[in-house]
Design a binder for this molecule. Structure first.
Ligand code: NDP
Ligand code: AKG
Length: 425
């Protein structure tokens, strides 16, 4: 079997390597042929563009934009767009592959893609961000399409950016095409339930796992890293289900309250405070924000960035259950220690799949020209998440592997079988 050797990412464990390590283990368990292995390990398409933008000071700044389509075997590529200062081609390749596996795990008819623009949206004006979104969309005009590649929000982007993307794409096509992107504002054809969907899926996965581990939600404590879309919704919905959220964090720091943080108050504080938790008084500021990950809690939800649980801190992790809201928060090298310690980790490609599931509902509604109620969206996405959890759990028992490898087995098996049926050989 051939193994790839990805270029190292400076100062960071390489998420592409982490993805490939798990992929290789699952491929061996499935006895994947060399032919299929080589098809699935390589991205189908990678596009890198330069985006010259006029900044507010009149100067031109050139940004790098990336879109990777890992696979379109199950259907059009699907996946978010990240605006962040450390966007790197290997990271986007890993994120695109994770989208392929994620869509297959929850059994929705999409392949995987991901995009990124290396920029710091925190330091850019609204006008600069809008020009960047529009330039990126025009550069990708032949990549995107409702039947080809359908973007969505990820870190640093949200409904506002998706609205600009839809508008620019529609202008270029000479008609309104709302199904080209999901995660849009409601008035533009966004779906009820999409904003909270990823956090909601994290909550459904966490409760399903707690049932297996016999952890009573009303006696459980939880720490959540990241207080953006995924982290804040996961925290809020878990709190509503009885868990005590003792710690939350964002890039400004981590806050601890052993009596439990009032999450609705924390969200209100963040929204009134320029989008971050700096100065939050509902908990004590922790000296070292990274220590949130090693708190003695029942449930840990990393919902910020990649590679936060690594060989450097995994030995100190005390949670009984990790539910991955973020993509790639655990490096592959930390997996073995998590397993040795008997911690259950519900992997990203399962735990955070609620977002893409409701994105799929949004796309279906746009194509039907119809709107579902929030109740219908939530009931259907909860069912999909619970069924996917059960399938992965059963697979983990059958193959005697941890949940993460089981999720890869479920996904790779599905994509490989579809490829074979479509007549790839
Ligand atoms: N949005 C979605 O539907 C989906 C997102 N995901 C994944 O979830 C993760 C979070 O995405 P999302 O919530 O959308 O992104 P957001 O941009 O909404 O939020 C990201 C959050 O992470 C915080 N953060 C950034 N760096 C750090 C750090 N070093 N330590 C602690 N907190 C940090 C940010 O803080 P601050 O605001 O202060 O910068 C912010 O609170 C990503 O891995 C993404 O790929 C997965 C599936 C779907
Ligand atoms: O909603 C989507 O289409 C994709 C969301 C995403 O980027 C992810 O699940 O990582």
């Amino acid at each position: 079997m051939a193994y790839i050797e990805p270029a190292p990412i400076k100062d960071k464990e390489n998420p592409l390597e982490s993805m490939m390590e798990r992929f290789n283990i699952a491929a061996e368990k499935l006895g994947l042929s060399d032919e299929v292995y080589n098809v699935l390990k390589n991205p189908a398409k990678q596009v890198i563009v330069s985006l010259p933008i006029t900044m507010d000071n009149g100067k031109i700044q050139v940004f790098e934009g990336i879109r990777v389509i890992h696979s379109n075997i199950l259907g059009p590529a699907k996946g978010g767009i990240r605006f962040a200062p450390d966007v790197h081609i290997d990271e986007v390749r890993a994120l695109a592959a994770w989208m392929t596996w994620k869509c297959a795990v929850v059994d929705i008819p999409y392949g995987g893609g991901k995009g990124g623009v290396r920029c710091n949206p925190r330091e850019m004006s609204k006008g600069e961000i809008e020009r960047l979104v529009r330039a990126y969309t025009l550069s990708m005009i032949d990549v995107f399409g409702p039947d080809k590649d359908i973007p969505a929000p990820d870190m640093g982007t949200g409904p506002r950016e998706m609205a600009w993307l839809m508008d620019e794409y529609s202008k270029a096509r000479g008609m309104t095409v709302n199904s080209v992107v999901t995660g849009k504002p409601l008035v533009l054809g966004g779906s009820l339930g999409r904003t909270e969907a990823t956090g909601r899926g994290v909550m459904v996965s966490a409760l399903a796992a707690m049932q297996k581990l016999k952890i009573n939600p009303f006696q459980a404590t939880c720490a959540v890293q990241g207080f953006g879309n995924v982290g804040s919704w996961a925290a809020r919905l878990l709190e509503e289900r009885g868990l005590k959220i003792v710690a939350i964090s964002d890039h400004t720091g981590a806050f601890y309250n052993e009596k439990g943080i009032n999450i609705v108050e924390a969200i209100e504080y963040r929204d009134a405070n320029g989008g971050n938790l700096e100065g939050f008084k509902g908990g004590d500021k922790m000296e070292n924000a990274g220590d949130l990950l090693i708190l003695d809690v029942d449930v840990l939800v990393p919902a910020a960035v990649e590679d936060v649980i690594t060989i450097h801190n995994v030995n100190d992790v005390k949670a009984k259950l990790i539910v991955e809201g973020a993509n790639g928060p655990t490096s592959a090298k930390a997996d073995a220690i998590i397993n040795e310690k008997g911690i259950m980790a519900v992997p990203d490609i399962l735990a955070n799949a609620g977002g893409v599931t409701v994105s799929y509902f949004e796309w279906v509604q746009n194509r039907l020209g119809y709107k579902w109620t929030a109740d219908r969206v939530n009931r259907r996405s909860d069912r999909i998440m619970k069924d996917a959890f059960d399938t992965v759990y059963q697979t983990s028992l059958k193959y005697e592997v941890p949940m993460r490898i089981a999720a890869y087995i479920v996904a790779i098996d599905k994509v490989a079988k579809t490829y074979t049926y479509r007549g790839g050989f």
